[in-house]
Design a protein around this ligand. Structure first.
Ligand SMILES: [Fe+2]
Length: 317
């Protein structure tokens, strides 16, 4: 899996990247596209061993209001091999959460990815690391959104274009960030205008390349005309956790009617807000009931776009 000459996952690291990490987008080379973990054969094996709790199969359709919306599906009882065929010719994507205890080889790879960054960026200490494998149809799109944890996007097979936007108004509002951290935010809630693209940095992401961007930068993705195999890694650090805690508390204070709230990321006020965030979490006040998913289609090799509508049923994940 690792580069045979250097033994590392990262391929073209330069010392000055350490100063840019977390502050500016980094478009770097890696060696994971050479790994045996991502062959059709191994991906089919991963798909054969899926547990409903850990994955989502989705497609997009135009709703009655004219907006595209995400639809949840199931695997229709297909083998991993057939599911891969369906992704290659259909209009679907599958998102697989890869906890290391279920997928030790992927877990080992993820830890190696992070350990290499931590060895090279002295201020970087990550925890709550997570890996998600994404296998998606040609021309699939991921709409404009932002994420709460620190993130990296790793391209292994296929080609995509990634648009990355500034995390300030009008691209992303403080209100959106706060809604995001308390889980009241959906991708459709983030306002996107075509002209935002003028402010975007645009990357062609080919196999063997990855992107890391500063916290909360909005982004969207267009797959090119090929099946894509990518991974996202997510992590927290102490500064990310502090930002999260302050936004979390601000979101609740705002609900109580407070209007002018500072975005303190250091000092006494930050610690006060972190304490409030902890108290809200401990009290269970911030807990939202987990909504079950409505499964509306099955993957079917013979259906148009490999999407067969079914009588919907509810599934908790
Ligand atoms: Fe994202």
């Amino acid at each position: 899996m690792r580069d045979k000459t250097t033994g590392t996952i990262m391929a073209n690291w330069k010392d000055h990247f350490a100063q840019l990490f977390g502050n500016q987008e980094l478009h770097l080379q890696h060696t994971l596209h050479k790994s045996e973990l991502f062959t059709d054969e191994n991906l089919a094996k991963v798909l054969d061993e899926l547990d409903q709790k850990y994955y989502h199969i989705n497609t997009r359709a135009t709703g009655p209001d004219g907006h595209k919306r995400r639809r949840e599906g199931d695997d229709g009882g297909l083998s991993g091999e057939d599911l891969l065929k369906a992704i290659k010719k259909g209009d679907i994507w599958i998102n697989i959460h890869m906890p290391p205890e279920r997928h030790p080889k992927f877990g080992e790879m993820m830890n190696q990815m992070y350990d290499e960054f931590e060895a090279r960026v002295p201020s970087f200490h990550s925890y709550k690391r997570q890996l998600t494998l994404l296998i998606s149809s040609p021309n699939m799109v991921v709409p404009y959104h932002a994420d709460v944890p620190g993130q990296m996007l790793w391209q292994v097979r296929g080609h995509k274009t990634v648009y990355v936007y500034p995390n300030v108004k009008p691209y992303l509002t403080q209100n959106s960030i706060e809604k995001m951290v308390i889980g009241e935010f959906h991708e459709v809630d983030v306002k996107y205008e075509d002209w935002f693209d003028e402010g975007a940095n645009v990357y062609d992401l080919d196999p063997g390349y990855m992107l890391h961007w500063p916290l909360n930068l909005p982004h969207r993705v267009d797959n090119k005309d090929s099946m894509n195999v990518s991974m996202t890694t997510e992590h927290f650090t102490t500064p990310i956790r502090n930002t999260y805690g302050v936004n979390y508390t601000n979101a609740f204070l705002r609900k109580l009617g407070f209007k002018t709230l500072q975005n303190n990321t250091s000092g006494l006020m930050m610690y006060a807000k972190l304490a409030i965030a902890g108290a809200i979490k401990y009290s269970g006040l911030g807990k939202k009931a987990k909504k079950p998913y409505e499964i509306e289609f099955s993957v079917d090799l013979n259906a148009p776009n490999c999407v067969k509508d079914i009588t919907p049923y509810m599934l908790s994940k």
